[in-house]
Each structure stands twice: as C-alpha cells, then as structure tokens.
Ligand binder design. Structure first.
Ligand code: T1G
Length: 692
C-alpha cells in the first residue's frame, strides 16, 4: 500500500509510504483518497492527520509519471486536494524532512499544518521547467504573503520550516516528534468550525500591479531561454487578480502548457540524468565504501590547487605535495587568494574561510602523505611523469588507499600497471577550474575495484560534483567528443567561416562559449600538444592546420594576450584579429579551397552533430553506460545549454533520422569520412528510435 490508514483514538492517521520520497504517483493519490473516505465515513473519527513515512513528508508529484496517461489519471492531485479541503472533519498535515512540490500543495489543502524544525519546504517545480500545478501558486501566497510566496515559487529554493514559523503556513513548528504534535493539535481543533481553509484567505497587497510588473521585468531578465519563471509570475498574479477557482483554472492551463515544452523535458532529463549517473549495473548499491577521512594531492598547480579545495570544502583535510618549496608556496598562496576572493564577495563566512584554509597543508615529502585515504595526482600530462609518480605512490601509500589520476586523456590501465595494486587505481578527471566545474569523469580501469568505484561515486556527491563513469579510451567521454567538435571548427575556418562567426553561432545556440574563445581561455597550446601526439598515433585522422599555424605564431590565447582573438592588457574581451583572419584566408588559398559563405545553421549542425556521432560511438563501445551520462558530461563540463538537455537529448528532439540525413549531406563535402554515422546512430535512426 503506498499510504497506510490507521485510527489512533479518535484521529485517523494516513501515512504516505511510497519510498524513496513519497512521490504522489497514481497509487499513492488513490490510497490517500481511500483513507479520507474511510475517515469521513467513520463516526468515531473526529480528525485526520496526514504524514509521511521514511525520509520525506513528500517530494511532490511523481515526475516519472509526467507526459504519461497516469499523470492525469483520476484521482489527480487536484482531486486529492479537493477531497482533503472539502472534508467536514479537520485535516492536519504532520511534516518532517522534505515537503516539496505537490507534497506542499497537499499540505496547503489541509486545515492545519505542523512542521518539524529543519524540514525543507519548497515549490521547486520551476527547476523542472514547470510551475506548481495543484494550487501552489494560489495557496502559498495566501499563507506566506505575495512577495515571499512569489520568491519561493520563482526560485524553487527550499526554505527551512522554522523560517516560516511565524506565517500562516504553519500552526506549529516543533523540535520533537511532529506526529505527536499533530495528534495533540487534532484533539484541540476537533470541534472547531468553520474549518479554516487556505483558499478563504484574502491576499491584502495594495498596489500589487506595480509589484507584479516589477517582478515580471526582473524575472524576464533572469529567465533566459526558460519560459517557466515568467509563467510563475503570471500564475501568482492570478492569486490577487482572480477568484480562487479561476486562479486554479488559470494555473492549470499554464502548467499543461509548460509540461509539454522541450525546455521542461530537458530539465527533467537532467534531473534524472544526474541521479542515474551514479548507478553502475555491476556495482551493487550496498557495495561497502572505503572511508575517506583524509586526502592528498600531488601537484600544486592550477588543477592540483583546485582539486585540493574540493576536499577542504567538504571538510576533508588535504595535503598537497610539491617537489619545490617555491611551487608549493605559490600553489598555497593561490588557494588562499581564491578563498579570499570568495570571502570578499560575501559568499563565504570568515569561519568557513578559516576552516577551509586550515584543512589544506603542504609538504615536499612523499612520506608525509602515506596515511591519506585517497591521493589524486595532478602532474604534467605525460605518461613518463605519471609512471614516476605512481611507482612512488605504490611505495609510500598505506594499503587500501585509493590512487587516483587526474589525467584528461591518458590510459588509466597503463597508469595502474605502474603499481602492484591496480585494483586501487582509478581516474578522477576534474575540469578546470576544478573547484568550480561540477563535472567529475570517474575513469574505471579494467582492474579498478568495485569498492573503489563506489567510493569514488560517493566522494563525487560529497564534494558536490556530478560523477560520471567512463571507460578507458583516448579522451574518455568529454574530450573524445570535443575532439570531433574541434576538428569541425577547424574545417569550417578553412571552408569560409572565421572564428568570430563560429563562436557567435554556437553561443547563439546556447553554448556558454564557442570553440575559439574557449581555446584562447584554456590555452591553444594544450590542443597543439595533444594533436602532435595524435599525428603520430593516428596519422589517418585529418585536422585543419589553422590551429597549428596559430600556435606557431605563439598565439596561445589569453595567457599570451593573443590567440584566435586579440586581447588588450587587463581586458579579457576578445577582439577579432586581422592577423589571424588573414592567416586563415591565406591558408584556404594555399589549400586551393574557394571560401564560401557558411550559414550559422550549418555551423551549429556540424559542431553539435559531431558531438552526437562520437557520443554514439562511445555509447556502443560501452565507454559511457547510457546516453544521459553523455548529456550530463556536456551539461556540467562543457557548457552545453541546459535548456537543450545535452547533445544526445538534443539529437532526440531533432529526430535521429534528421541527424543522419544531415550528416549524409556533410559526408558528400570535404573530409566526408568524419561523417560516417556510428552504427548505433544509424540503427536507431533507421528504427525510428532515440538515444534516451
Ligand atoms: N518524482 C519521482 N522521483 C523522485 C522525485 C519525484 N518528485 N524526487 C526524487 N525522486 C527520486 C530520485 O530520482 C531518486 O531516484 C530518489 O528519488 C532519491 O532522490 C503538481 C507537478 C526530494 C529533495 O521537484 O529535489 O510536484 O535515483 O537522490 O538527495 O505541482 O529528490 O534513487 O532511483 O534526489 O534525498 C516537484 C524533486 C515535483 C522535488 C530528495 N518536486 N526531488 O533529495 O534524494 S513536480 C521536486 C528533489 C510537482 C506539482 C508538481 C530531491 C529531494 P533513484 P535524491 P535526496
């Protein structure tokens, strides 16, 4: 049963019991209505308490039901709330831990609400590209006020119950057992009539038009490509401008409109994708984890420093090992500076600053780090250097320590072979800046222990990263795909586009930054170094020479104040470079290519479908476990626009047949060999299927 019914004296208790978060799926909704019918039909019952078992009162509607017939199957959540609100006996919600979305809307339909201190209260629907669709936009402002209610709904941010203790949302906020408090309240209000109903509260907000207009302007500016925030304002506006039932109808219309949007489907895809990523079919959920109470990082450079900050931010003491005092001092000073900047911006308290800085220490001796539970090497991306480091780690690290490499492309199996404990070796590929970027590629070697993998996934959560498991290949998931994206970017330059047009086109599509601005930021020499290796390893793979010519000009990007773009001292703004554009145009001539006008649409298709096709290869080779993992890599590590759901999700929305047809057109052009559809992509397209 997904809601239990029990009579406790003269009070009926309906306990939602649909783990993990008491999602209000159809079965649970039906069970609540059943319970209410029993309570209303039992003359011995004088009041009803609704509460939740397990770790939540309720996390809201069952998102998995959306866009399926079950979501609209009676009793809908509206019906459930109406049954509660029209009850002729008092109904009390006893709220603990989590009360969100439809869960809060259900509570708002009750006559009374008691919450436990610390319970997270939210209407987070906007984060899924929708809005509260069961009366939340009409009831919440009636109990917490128009402004606070609108802020909660437009932001979707949880608020601890005690912060709402003085509002009409809660009759009581207790420290102790919330069910006991609710039963005591039930006894007190059993005979109170008329029963208080949130819908009867009038919102008193003089000059609400000005407030709503101001809210519309503010929300429009921050909503970007997402339609939901503005619709939230419209729905909440109805709570003051319309009769209650008209407001409910209007809210419903807006909800139905939003739940069909691609933006909402993309957000829901990302919500589940984030959670699915931590699941590994052959690693049981109850795999014992290794305790991570201390960490060490090898290398105090940009990556090493950022990685160390992740551990300190999670309260884990971390030792940074460097070879030279000067490098160590520089690295520690950079970390301190980073924290000082955050402190200055008011995003860190002095106490947290002191705690985090205090958790990071430095050393020049390997012996000092031997007792750490995990060590992450972030040294130069060269197999010879990795070999030295891992042989040393194998000597000094205690048994059971996890030996992780932050390599961005190198073979983790080979790295593991430098040790006598390959089962303890794993890749933890952070993305720069490592203390900011959410993505963590967790590279599973052939011999990586299941407990090491499970521990790394749990560690990713602890340091607030999105951990995505990758198999071992050149570039893992993200960099292997970006390689094809960069190849196309180079070919586009040879055929007629210039850096600014390519960047602008893909940034208009929604990328945070185009390939050439990104190259100038990260350093064009990084790609240069990798291509030189590839020219030897894979001579059959062609690249545009423009990027090499650029580097031969010493134009590595912002760090040399010149890259694809020109830069002025102290100004990170990219200015189109005549020198570079001339080089590109001359290079086309040298290749005998007649430059042509290339549309923005073609630019976007070639860049994005290059990602999709390589993603399909990665999927069928089992390097990535699922398409949504690839999407999570691109959403959290490469600035792919969230409202488009990631490259694989985007391809699904375009339609795989259309993707393949477009690729066939490109295959007839220059470097057509790059457009051979991955067999998986070709098959799914032929069968009319999708990746996700
Ligand atoms: N529906 C379906 N599954 C859900 C779910 C939900 N609402 N919430 C969580 N899950 C699953 C999640 O996928 C994961 O599954 C497991 O529960 C644990 O989640 C009409 C229409 C509640 C704060 O947006 O914010 O109500 O991976 O790992 O860290 O107006 O889950 O184990 O298989 O996140 O303890 C509005 C979304 C819905 C809340 C718990 N509600 N959930 O966090 O666990 S729309 C939300 C969360 C709605 C009404 C509208 C969090 C949490 P698996 P978890 P957690």
């Amino acid at each position: 049963m997904t809601a239990e019914y029990k009579v406790n004296g003269a009070v009926a208790v309906i306990t939602l019991n649909n783990p993990p978060v008491n999602g209000l799926g159809h079965a649970t909704r039906s069970a609540i209505v059943e319970g209410m019918k029993k309570a209303l039909g039992d003359s011995a019952v004088r009041a009803v308490v609704i509460t939740g078992a397990g770790k939540a009162f309720s996390g809201g509607a069952d998102i998995k039901e959306f866009n399926t017939p079950k979501a609209m199957q009676e009793p809908t959540l509206h019906t459930v709330i109406n049954v509660v609100e029209n009850s002729d006996k008092p109904v009390i919600a006893a709220i603990h831990s989590v009360c969100m979305g439809g869960g809060l809307e259900l509570a708002l339909g009750c006559n009374y609400r008691v919450a436990q201190k610390g319970a997270q209260i939210a209407l987070p629907e906007v984060k899924l590209g929708i809005l509260p669709g069961a009366g939340g936009t009409q009831r919440l402002p009636r109990v917490v006020g128009l402004e606070f209610g609108l802020n909660m709904i437009v932001s979707g941010t949880p608020v601890p119950a005690e912060k709402l203790a003085k509002t009409a949302l809660f009759n009581e906020v207790v420290e102790g057992d919330v069910l006991e408090a609710a039963l005591a309240l039930a006894a007190k209000v059993a005979d109170v009539r008329p029963l208080p109903r949130v819908r009867d509260i009038k919102i008193d907000y003089p000059n609400y038009e000005a407030f709503l207009q101001f809210s519309r302007n503010t929300v429009k500016a921050m909503a970007g490509p997402f339609p939901a925030p503005l619709k939230c304002v419209d729905a909440v506006g109805a709570a003051v401008t319309m009769k209650f039932d008209d407001g409910i109808k209007y809210e419903r219309e807006l909800f139905v409109e939003l739940v069909q949007t691609t933006e909402s489907k993309a957000l829901r895809h990302a919500f589940f994708g984030e959670r699915a990523a931590s699941k590994v079919p052959d690693v049981p959920e109850d795999t014992p984890l290794r305790a991570i109470k201390s960490a060490a990082v090898i290398g105090a450079g940009t990556m090493g420093g950022g990685i160390a900050m992740n551990f300190a931010n999670a309260g884990i003491p971390v030792k940074i090992l460097e070879m030279k005092q000067e490098a160590l001092d520089k690295g520690l000073a950079t970390i301190r500076k980073n924290y000082e900047n955050t402190l200055k911006k008011g995003k860190l308290t002095q106490e947290k600053f002191d705690q985090r800085v205090g958790l990071i220490t430095g050393t020049l001796s390997y012996e000092d780090i031997g007792q750490a539970d995990i060590v992450v090497e972030a040294v130069f991306e060269d197999m010879g250097v990795k070999e030295q480091v891992f042989k040393k780690l194998d000597e000094v690290m205690k048994q059971g320590a996890i030996l992780a490499s932050n390599t961005s492309t190198l073979d983790v199996n080979k790295i593991a072979s430098f040790t006598k404990r390959p089962q303890d070796v794993i890749g933890l590929h952070f993305f720069s800046p490592a203390n900011v970027m959410k993505l963590l590629e967790i590279v599973r070697g052939e011999k990586t222990g299941k407990d090491v993998l499970a521990t790394s996934l749990a560690l990713a959560k602890k340091i607030k990263k999105t951990g995505v498991v990758s198999g071992v290949c050149d570039g893992f998931i993200g960099n292997r795909m970006i390689e094809q994206y960069s190849r196309q970017a180079g070919f586009l330059l040879e055929e007629g586009a210039l850096p600014e047009q390519v960047d602008k086109a893909i940034e208009k599509f929604g990328f945070a930054m185009g390939p050439f601005r990104m190259g100038d930021l990260a350093g064009n020499d990084i790609g240069w170094y990798i291509r030189k290796r590839r020219y030897v390893e894979k001579p059959e793979v062609t690249y545009s020479k423009t990027a090499d010519l650029l580097c031969e000009m010493g134009r590595f990007g912002q760090k040399t104040s010149a890259g694809w773009y020109d830069y002025k001292p102290g100004d990170r703004k990219p200015y189109p470079s005549q020198v570079v554009n001339d080089m590109i145009i001359k290079h086309s001539a040298d290749l005998g290519i007649e430059r042509r006008k290339i549309s923005d649409e073609e630019i976007v298709q070639r860049l994005v479908f290059a990602l999709v096709n390589e993603g399909a290869y990665i999927l069928e080779e089992g390097i990535a476990q699922r398409a949504s993992d690839i999407d999570m890599v691109y959403l959290t590590g490469y600035g792919f626009p969230l409202f488009r759901g990631g490259p694989m999700f985007y391809a699904d929305t375009v339609g795989l047949q259309n993707v393949v047809m477009t690729m066939e057109k490109f295959a007839r052009g220059r470097h057509g060999e790059a457009w051979k559809p991955a067999p998986l992509l070709a098959r799914l397209a032929a069968e009319g299927k999708s990746f996700n």
